[in-house]
Design a binder for this molecule. Structure first.
Ligand code: HXC
Length: 516
């Protein structure tokens, strides 16, 4: 073969490889409303930054007709690129080749990307679009999954890991995304389940569509398995890029600080108007978030799941922070099983990656109820206490209104580890609400009085003045300052910045045993 012929042959093979499963299968992928794997990488990465590894790797099995279905790349594209200048390692499964199913070499390529991400301490992004274990390859493919799960686990807490489910993600395959930090889905193209509608029909007799069972809607609102839902792949990629820009590349770095257009001395008088005079009336905590943090910087996580707490990332004077806030619009903001899980997992992510935590507190306590007790609210609620006590990042709290009982401890207590706790003049800090307290402590006096309602009100007012008001906690040093509404942003920035040099050690151990 002449040099020219060799070059020509290599060109042809490269062209074939870049075509994936071929034109008709690529067309079918588009017909399903899905982008091709390479189009996805183009959308995610900086222009011309993608470098592929092991691009000609092929399956070596020939069982069950696979001998005639050997494709360069083996149904996955893996490598590295930059996002806003920041290096990431990643892979995108190619559904046009054997349904993106995972065989031995497909798995090897993924594990190589995971290895390189961990070695280089960069974020890792996986784009899943696959029929799961390649059935013809049997145990080889199971072996591949085991390697991937192990690598995901070892990278956890060292580098941020994102999973974009942009097609099917069936069976045990779903456990790899579940081990990563954040899962993203897009309406009508993404699905994730351990057993599909047909198996469920056969085993339990239940009828359900693929979308209702494992689509984006089901996983955002019902199972809580995923964190972000979008109506298009483009929107999904935009949020992925924004999040990557907020985070450090690994647990040894601090989050990058950006220049904020929003002045650090901006006053926030609107906060007083937003808070209703009637304490039983709800308001939207997201209005507070919108006014306090750098404008337009808030990215909500788990928006449709356990909405009684709001968690998400934002910037405060250009610093990335994690927000953990109560939402009085739902369940009067009481903490329940699901919101405890949501908050604890979020707090632990922040702590892994040196992201300071800011809590906005208006919480009447943990939610009462037989279902909650029997569902394990003790165990689940303990996760929040554990996560906060364990976290060594700066932790700042602003008490807006109620801060009662164990929920106060979880969200504001300096004894649990908050570095600075601020209160608005409307804060009420106590074991429980004034009405409940008066009814318990003064039950005999109230029942025995000729005018019980009047006496009850007297006792309630007395309790509010003498026990709940924020100056009681401030006198004891449990609240650092009682601030004006208009100074909320300014004081939170000061509180954060005075703690950015924080260093805290924990006893050396293999790992803790958080109540799961
Ligand atoms: C081999 C597969 C495959 C698989 C799909 N294909 N899944 N090949 N192994 N797991 C092939 C199909 O045979 C087909 O090839 C091509 O990919 C496209 O698939 P279609 O079925 O035509 O596509 P679509 O109609 O869009 O349906 C997609 C699908 C369906 C919903 C994913 O293919 C499906 O249900 N696949 C099986 C899913 C599954 O049960 N996987 C195993 C899960 S258990 P041709 O050449 O005909 O076009 C598992 C265990 C892991 O993963 C355990 C780890 C712990």
């Amino acid at each position: 073969m002449t040099n020219k012929e060799a070059v020509q042959k290599a060109k042809e093979r490269r062209g074939q490889m870049l075509l994936g499963g071929g034109e008709s299968r690529n067309e079918a992928q588009h017909q399903k409303g899905k982008l091709l794997a390479r189009e996805r990488l183009d959308l995610l990465l900086d222009e011309n930054s993608f470098v592929e590894h092991q691009r000609y790797m092929r399956g070596r099995s020939s069982e069950m007709g696979l001998g005639s279905k050997r494709f360069d790349g083996d149904g996955v594209i893996s490598g590295t690129g930059t996002m806003g200048g920041k290096r990431v390692f990643l892979f995108a499964q190619d559904f046009t080749i054997l349904g993106g199913s995972l065989g031995e070499m497909h798995a090897e390529r993924i594990v190589e990307a995971q290895r390189l991400a961990l070695k280089n301490r960069t974020p890792f992004i996986q784009i899943n679009d696959s029929g799961g274990a390649r059935i013809q390859e049997g145990v080889l493919s199971l072996q591949g999954y085991a390697k991937i799960f192990r690598a995901n686990t070892h990278a956890s807490g060292v580098i941020p890991q994102f999973s974009l489910i942009l097609g099917p993600c069936a069976g045990g395959a779903a456990y790899s995304p579940a081990i990563t930090d954040f899962i993203f889905m897009v309406d009508n193209i993404s699905s994730m389940y351990i057993t599909g509608p047909q198996v469920i029909r056969a085993v339990t007799g239940e009828e359900i569509s693929q979308e209702d069972l494992g689509g984006a809607g089901a996983h955002t609102a019902k199972s809580g398995n995923i964190h972000f839902r979008f109506s298009s792949e483009q929107d999904c990629m935009t949020t992925v890029k924004k999040l990557i820009s907020y985070f450090p590349s690994n647990n040894g770095e601090l989050p990058p600080r950006t220049v904020s257009d929003d002045p650090a001395d901006r006053k926030t008088p609107e906060l007083e108007e937003i808070l209703p005079e009637n304490q039983r009336k709800p308001y939207d905590i997201k209005d507070y978030i919108g006014h306090i943090f750098d404008q337009g910087s808030f990215i909500e996580v788990h928006a449709d799941y356990a909405p009684n707490v709001v968690v998400g990332f934002a910037k405060l004077n250009g610093h990335t922070v994690g927000i953990f806030a109560n939402q009085p619009k739902f369940y009067a903001a009481a903490l329940d099983i699901n919101s405890s899980d949501k908050a604890a997992r979020f707090i632990r992510f922040c702590d892994c990656f040196n992201i300071s935590i800011v809590t906005l507190v208006d919480v009447p306590g943990f939610l009462p109820g037989v279902n909650q007790e029997h569902g394990g609210i003790i165990r689940h609620g303990a996760k929040v206490l554990y996560a906060i006590a364990e976290a060594t990042v700066p932790k700042i709290s602003l008490i807006i209104r109620k801060a009662y009982g164990g929920a106060y401890i979880a969200m504001s207590s300096k004894a649990l580890g908050y570095d600075r706790t601020l209160a608005l003049p409307t804060a009420q800090i106590a074991v429980m609400g004034a009405e409940g307290a008066a009814n318990i402590i003064f039950r005999k006096e109230i029942d025995g009085a000729g005018n019980p309602d009047e006496i009850r009100q007297q006792k309630i007012d007395e309790y509010k003045d003498s026990v709940m008001n924020p100056f009681v906690a401030a006198e004891l040093g449990f609240v650092d300052d009682v601030i004006d509404f208009e100074d909320s942003r300014i004081e939170l920035i000061r509180s954060l910045e005075m703690n950015l040099g924080k260093q805290e050690e924990r006893p050396k151990k293999k790992h803790g045993n958080i109540p799961l």
